[in-house]
Design a protein around this ligand. Sequence first.
Ligand SMILES: [Zn+2]
Length: 151
Amino acid sequence: MNDGREPKCPLCFEERRAADPGPGRERVHVTDYWRVVAHKSGLPGWLLLLPHRHVGSLDELTAAEAAELGPLLAQATAAQKSGLGALRSYVLMFAEATRHVHFSIAPRMPDLPRERFGPGITAYNSADQPLTDAELDEIALCLSKAWSSKV
Ligand SMILES: [Zn+2]
């Protein structure tokens, strides 16, 4: 079976599992080629944007996948601004530990502590107590509503 996903990739596994309607945190926004999920971190509203199929590097995106990417990044920022009150969004993409392209889209909130500015935002990914699934579902619903009101 070749569905464009790698058997040992955790994000491909998540994509396969999410084919069934999952909880809100797993589908903030879904398009033909991408899915937006609420990232389990210590920062409310942190989103991940990932392609449905396994893509190891940005130059491997198809033209159709690449065409959706820019608008999705802009829409995610708009949803974080209108839904959460973010000033703007931080966008990160490494695909280092998990070689499946995925963008981190972190809301830059007005009250962000100075030590979390810029790259400091990644501390929410490791050091902090992550949000509960219930909290993630609640934020996902808020962002999903904000997203659909902008499209
Ligand atoms: Zn993958």
